[in-house]
Design a protein around this ligand. Structure first.
Ligand code: PAF
Length: 292
């Protein structure tokens, strides 16, 4: 497995692989890898001839005061994990490789990717500028690596929808694959930010999954209006003193616009601050005939 730190190195390796006729897959990450990431890498290795994993804590998607500085950096363990899964290349650039003027030139970059509408609710409201940073770095990674297929987790459902939209609008010839949420045995969605939780907060973090389960029960029992579901989910979260709701929303699954009636497919998404960790989770409610 190659560990590349420069764009030139990556381009050389990818060109060689492409000349051999290989299908290139990309798994973009910020490191701090867990079983959720490993499920994406596993799928990429299964479906593609060449798997590139990017590990880059992207500064432009963090607002001032967010956890850029403290974001887990576990490169040694991450690269071992990638190697064990048979990834072919890790792209782990320094910040200056991606943003050459950062720190010295405040006007870098001058070109940003902003996806409208899909970013107008959910995390787009609570984290202004976040998706602009995500899309800009993912577009850069797409241009540098030029994968045939790229893999993203459904846990960041809005990120997945935004990237699908960007890929379509900018005509990237890349297939975007969304992969299922991986959960701990007790239901907590895997996230790098779970590392911030102490043992009591870890217990309280189960409120996200509990609220989603309650929503599912209500929908199965026939509830068709969003507000009672949102109210009930809020009540569930309020039982956990260290949990503070950022948002609980029910949106259409395509452009992520709020809906008032539950007409599948809809996405039920929430963000909750638990102690130091801002956690997100979601479920996709699909039409009954599409259930597996
Ligand atoms: O999901 C992430 O880890 C990041 O947002 C991504 C897609 C790697 C862009 O920095």
């Amino acid at each position: 497995m190659i560990i590349a730190q420069t764009i030139a190195q990556v381009r050389q390796n990818i060109t060689d692989a492409r000349q051999k006729g290989k299908v290139i897959g990309l798994v973009p990450t910020m490191g701090g890898l867990h079983q959720g990431h490993y499920s994406l890498i596993r799928r990429c290795v299964e479906e593609c001839d060449y798997t590139a994993v990017s590990i880059f804590v992207n500064p432009t998607q963090f607002a001032p005061g967010e956890d850029l500085k403290g974001y887990p950096r576990t490169f040694e363990a991450d690269s071992e994990g990638c190697k064990d899964l048979d990834a072919d290349l890790i792209f782990a650039p320094a910040s200056e490789e991606i943003y050459p003027g950062q720190g010295t030139d405040p006007s870098d970059p001058l070109t940003w990717i902003h996806v409208e509408k899909v970013t107008s609710h959910l995390c787009g409201t609570s984290r202004p500028g976040h998706f602009r940073g995500v899309c800009t770095v993912v577009a850069k990674l797409f241009n540098i690596i030029q994968p045939d297929i790229a893999y993203f987790g459904q846990k960041d459902a809005q990120q997945l929808a935004v990237i699908r939209q960007m890929t379509k609008d900018l005509n990237f010839p890349i297939e975007i694959i969304g992969c299922p949420i991986v959960r701990e045995k007790d239901g907590l969605a895997m996230s790098t930010r779970n590392k911030y939780l102490d043992s009591e907060q870890r217990k309280q973090a189960l409120c996200l999954n509990k609220a989603l389960k309650r929503a599912e029960e209500m929908i199965v029992a026939g509830q068709k209006n969003c507000q009672p579901v949102i109210d009930e989910m809020t009540k569930v979260i309020q039982q956990y003193p260290q949990a503070k709701v950022d948002y609980i929303s029910i949106v259409d699954s395509d452009l992520l616009q709020p809906v008032t009636r539950i007409v599948p497919p809809v996405l039920i998404a929430l963000a909750v601050q638990v102690g130091p960790a801002r956690l997100i989770d979601n479920i996709l409610v699909v039409p009954t005939d599409k259930k597996q």
